[in-house]
Design a protein around this ligand. Structure first.
Ligand SMILES: Cc1ncc(COP(=O)(O)O)c(C=O)c1O
Length: 391
């Protein structure tokens, strides 16, 4: 088999060996139900508690019982949006979010609209930052919840979460953030940032798929999304996936412990890639904020190139990138994020997301640049939008 290079770490990552080692005993040696009262159950429950402590510590939650395990980021987002909106619906039925949220948030909001809630989708500027003036203007007496993602999964732009949370609290509004892409990339301190509810997921930080959590500050009410048991202090039914939770706890601990070194590595990979293509490929533009962004995600347009064809050509040479996010990459719809940023349709249709990982080598990147240069040249030679027609 030919060479393969994975540049889609914002979609998911492999499970690191340290994390796997933490998980393995939970599949057979320690197999009790963490809800059972006997010793097997207590043993499993101790593992779950340990993971909860690790995550609480990593995000500076004041208590471990503010962490509620879920089946991933999608469930945590759905739970936060619907559960908080319902719990506070006697106060009002207006919610504020942004136009560039993950579909887990956007679709949950759409469902609430069907139920009679009103939702404001804040616009963003060309760099993907939420317009703070619009945010202030959109606050109403009946606004109960503001949900703005910490880091966007397509462009990597970092929002001004602390400032947004402050505005929310000045008006007595609850603040939720989807921090799935922020975990391990920027410091998350829920007390300092005044976050009431926060979504996290394991599989973007070298943990297992299908597990995540909702941080929920004590005192904030929430309606359950999944009923059927008294797990997670009666708020989220279902037997806990102990191996996954154990892996999640370890992955979070490592991601926070190694954040500086990982970020340095990702930055040098990205910069090396950009330097390498600089005089090899023309008509390239980078989408997102020039500075206020995480190092691991690079959204880049190769003008006069169709992004789906580019993805396929790269894949034929073993290079994995994505168009927008993994959740929408099967749909023909252009990225809602790039659209909201007001980018030209041709730029959107020629954009791919390259997301770097901590195990890439310089030689991997050299290989990617080589196949990218070839693929871009091939597609441009057959492109209907010629250089002359370029805007
Ligand atoms: C910003 C963001 N939110 C939520 C999710 C969903 O998380 P999960 O895959 O754990 O359901 C993702 C992952 O695709 C994401 O990038």
């Amino acid at each position: 088999m030919g060479r393969k290079v994975y540049l889609d770490n914002a979609s998911t990552t492999y499970v690191s060996s340290e994390v796997l080692a933490e998980m393995l005993p939970c599949f057979n040696a320690i197999y009790g139900n963490s809800n059972s009262l006997h010793s097997y159950g207590r043993e499993a429950s101790a593992i779950v508690d340990r993971a909860r402590d690790r995550i609480a510590h990593a995000i500076n939650a004041s208590k471990s019982n503010e962490i509620y395990f879920t089946s991933g980021g999608t469930e945590a987002d759905n739970w936060a949006i619907k559960g908080l909106a319902h719990a506070y619906s006697n106060k009002g039925k207006h919610i504020i979010t942004s136009a560039i949220e993950h579909h887990a948030v956007l679709d949950a909001c759409k469902q609430l609209e069907d139920e009679g809630f009103e939702v404001t989708y804040l616009p963003v500027d060309k760099t993907g930052l939420v317009n703070m003036v619009e945010l202030l203007h959109s606050i109403r007496k009946d606004t109960t919840l503001i949900s703005i993602m910490a880091v966007n999964n397509e462009i990597g732009t970092i929002q001004n979460i602390k400032a947004i949370a402050k505005i929310a609290h000045d008006y007595g509004i609850i603040f939720h953030t989807d921090a799935v892409q922020a975990l391990g990339a920027i410091k998350l301190d829920v007390q300092d940032m005044e976050i009431d509810a926060m979504t996290l997921s394991a599989h973007k930080i070298y943990g297992p798929k299908g597990v995540g959590c909702l941080y929920l500050k004590n005192g904030i009410r929430i309606e359950s999304l999944i009923s059927g048991g008294n797990q997670e202090r009666g708020k989220r039914g279902g037997t806990i996936n102990v191996p996954a939770v154990a892996g999640f706890g370890k992955a979070v601990e490592i991601a926070v412990r190694d954040m500086a070194i990982n970020q340095q590595k990702l930055r040098s990979e990205r910069d090396y890639f950009l330097r390498s293509i600089e005089d090899k490929i023309e008509y390239v533009s980078i989408n997102g904020h020039p500075q206020q962004k995480i190092n691991g995600i690079l959204n880049i347009s190769f003008e006069m190139v169709d992004n789906e064809s580019l993805l396929m050509l790269l894949d034929m040479d073993g290079v994995a990138v994505s168009i927008g996010s993994a959740c929408t990459s099967n749909s023909a719809e252009p990225s809602h994020v790039l659209k909201a940023m007001g980018l030209d349709e041709n730029i959107i249709k020629s954009s791919i997301r390259i997301s770097f990982g901590k195990n890439l080598t310089k030689s991997d990147i050299d290989y990617v640049v080589e196949v990218l240069e070839k693929a871009v040249a091939q597609l441009r030679s057959i492109s209907a939008i010629t250089k002359a027609g370029r805007k």
